[in-house]
Design a protein around this ligand. Structure first.
Ligand code: NAI
Length: 284
């Protein structure tokens, strides 16, 4: 099966950048979200990201917006899904929402469609159980910002077939990505590690041990990381971090994943990080 059309479900932080990244390599992309307002915001975000890509990615610097944007169809329905080769699902990190979405997807997609799940923490095996052919379900945990990060953590669910793994890793390589294949567990490798750092950094702020910039500076200059845990949490979105910590806590029944109350309070107050203009840092 040649991959021609990719559907991205969810046009938020991850979905919009993933749609752009894939369109830059000539694939046809359907970008679906709940309403046209969200899709308009996504289109703006995509235009901004495109300017960044042209500056930062040598191999794409000749691309013109008018050559790439027409490859992305923005829509709120499932028109054309019968021809989709890969679905990349990027909706909110909430099990009930994902469950409802897959119920619909299994009705509209062809039997050959591969399902690539971009979840932060939810088990790929559990998501696979929502679809008739679990061998075609795999995790593709893209890193944020998607066009700039080459590594993609690919997660094999319990029933994921070798054929699905091969097709998805070939597809990712065609986007210039470097897939690293791991086995399924909540949070996989990246988020099982990174959420401990982000959560503990939030506790340090809550306990007034240090300011966010001091914590991030110690992390970066002391350990040689490019970004600190609180900068990373702001970039991901604090709502997504809280959802992920709750899933990790429920899955492992381990107190080390108990979400810092300060994180929850910030989300309740609308401080979601970069996407809302304020989190541990100011972005306005
Ligand atoms: P977001 O909150 O920015 O975007 C989610 C989008 O999904 C929203 O626009 C929402 O309207 C839409 N949505 C919800 N239900 C939908 C449905 N049934 N159909 C279509 N659209 C629907 O979230 P974000 O950050 O883009 O995360 C998406 C997924 O990617 C989550 O599972 C998250 O854990 C994962 N992820 C997030 C990363 C990050 O850095 N933010 C990194 C890697 C994975």
């Amino acid at each position: 099966m040649n991959i021609r059309t990719v559907a991205i479900i969810g046009a938020g932080v991850m979905g919009s950048d993933t749609a752009l990244d894939i369109a830059c390599y000539g694939y046809n992309v359907i970008l679906k979200d709940l309403n046209t307002e969200i899709l308009k915001e996504a289109e703006e975000r995509i235009k901004q990201s495109f300017r960044m890509i042209k500056m930062m990615k040598k191999e794409l610097c000749e691309l013109k917006q008018e050559d790439v944007l027409p490859h992305i169809v923005f829509q709120t329905d499932y028109k054309g899904f019968e021809n989709v080769d890969i679905v990349i699902e990027n909706i909110v990190e909430v099990w009930e929402s994902k469950k409802a979405e897959y119920k619909r997807l299994k009705e509209v997609c062809k039997p050959e469609t591969l399902f690539a799940v971009n979840t932060s923490c939810i088990s790929i095996t559990k998501i696979g159980s929502l679809l008739p052919d679990t061998s075609k379900v795999i995790g593709t945990h893209f890193m944020n910002p998607v066009p700039m990060k080459k590594m993609v953590e690919v997660i094999r669910g319990f029933h994921t077939s070798q054929d699905t793994e091969d097709r998805i890793t070939d597809f990712l390589k065609s986007l210039g990505k470097n897939p690293v294949v791991v086995n399924d567990c909540p949070g996989f490798v990246s988020n099982r590690l990174s959420h401990l750092f982000m959560n503990e950094a939030a506790f340090l702020v809550q306990d007034q041990v240090a300011s966010p910039s001091q914590i991030d500076m110690i992390f970066k200059q002391g350990f040689g990381h490019k970004m600190g845990p609180l900068e990373t949490a702001d970039l991901i979105g604090l709502d997504t971090v809280v959802n992920s910590l709750n899933i990790l806590y429920e899955s492992f029944q381990d107190n080390k994943f108990r979400c810092c109350p300060l994180l929850k309070k910030m989300v309740d107050a609308g401080l979601l990080g970069k996407k809302s203009g304020k989190g541990f840092y100011d972005y306005k």
